[in-house]
Design a protein around this ligand. Structure first.
Ligand SMILES: [Fe+2]
Length: 305
């Protein structure tokens, strides 16, 4: 990191650099195209609703934290399973984030109760995929839970503006954000419209390593990201779907309540069928973002087109 003083950059994941010419050509075409989601929602973003009583993910989060020995389940139940109050119930040592922006409490949610897998698939198959109208889609097999505790203990570096493509994801993916608390201000996801996101990335020639470093070191870029990435104001029962090219950030939570959310992804069958590139994650695991691995082998939901 030659452009940052040693030790100044505490958030520095490996970023994707698509240099191979034919791979890059298709990648750039995907960055420039109108996606099927964008054709229906010009901002690249839409908000869906579901019946929170029929998909009670909050109770399963409580169960998972209790199974990990991090929570008195009865104490959370006495609060109506309102995850906003988790900071009162979880040991502070389990609230601090590591450099990958995960706390011990969030890591415990890698092991969700068995019932969650079916609930997650049903939520996508019955609510998200039909409402989106993009046809059947492969779904992320293991969603990612996030817990951001008040005052952001351990938050790594500056606000982590990015899109998931910078971490190796496929530009044809669709991101699905599911709040399990009322989200607002810094207790939320900051999200930019697609046009604003693409304009900024074009200025950086889609050079993700350079853009990623600049989000931690370049005050002008940080200010511009702050202007376009606005907090989602959503509650339990809402689902936010956005084009994977949209810039976003999980900011340091400066509110008095805990943020708990999960995010998952869809890969529409029709979009995958015309794509040659195969995308792969970076870092230690190098997850393959293909069907049968990161995504389900079989598509779910929707009416075949
Ligand atoms: Fe992300």
């Amino acid at each position: 990191m030659p452009d940052a003083p040693a030790g100044a950059l505490t958030f520095a994941p490996e970023y994707a650099a698509h240099d191979e010419p034919s791979f890059r050509a298709e990648f750039l075409a995907d960055m420039a195209r109108q996606s099927p989601l964008q054709a229906r929602h010009a901002r690249g973003v839409c908000v869906l609703r579901y019946d929170r009583r029929a998909f009670d993910v909050r109770a399963l989060v409580g169960d998972a934290l209790a199974a990990a020995g991090m929570l008195d389940r009865a104490a959370l139940a006495a609060r109506g399973d309102r995850l906003e109050t988790l900071h009162d119930l979880v040991d502070p040592a389990h609230q601090a984030m590591d450099v990958s922006q995960q706390s011990a409490a969030a890591r415990a949610l890698y092991e969700m109760p068995a019932a969650f897998a079916a609930l997650h698939e049903r939520l996508l198959a019955e609510v998200v995929v039909p409402q989106l109208g993009l046809g059947p889609a492969h779904c992320q097999r293991t969603p990612t839970f996030r817990a951001f505790f008040p005052q952001a203990p351990g938050y790594p570096g500056e606000t982590t503006y990015h899109n998931d493509l910078m971490l190796g994801h496929n530009p044809r993916e669709v991101n699905v954000f599911v709040p399990l608390v009322r989200c607002e201000a810094t207790r939320s996801l900051l999200l930019a419209d697609l046009d604003d996101s693409l304009a900024l990335l074009r200025e950086f020639d889609h050079d993700f390593p350079r853009f990623g470093r600049a989000t931690q070191t370049d005050a002008d870029l940080m200010a511009r990201c702050e202007r376009i990435c606005r907090p989602l104001e959503v509650d339990v029962g809402d689902i936010v779907v956005f084009d994977s090219r949209c810039l976003h950030a999980g900011p340091a939570n400066r509110t008095a309540l805990t943020r708990v959310t999960f995010d998952t992804r869809l890969l529409p069958v029709a979009d995958l069928a015309t794509q040659r590139n195969r995308y792969r994650g970076l870092g230690r695991r190098r997850a393959s973002f293909t069907t049968g691995e990161y995504f389900s082998a079989h598509p779910i939901g929707g009416t075949p087109r």
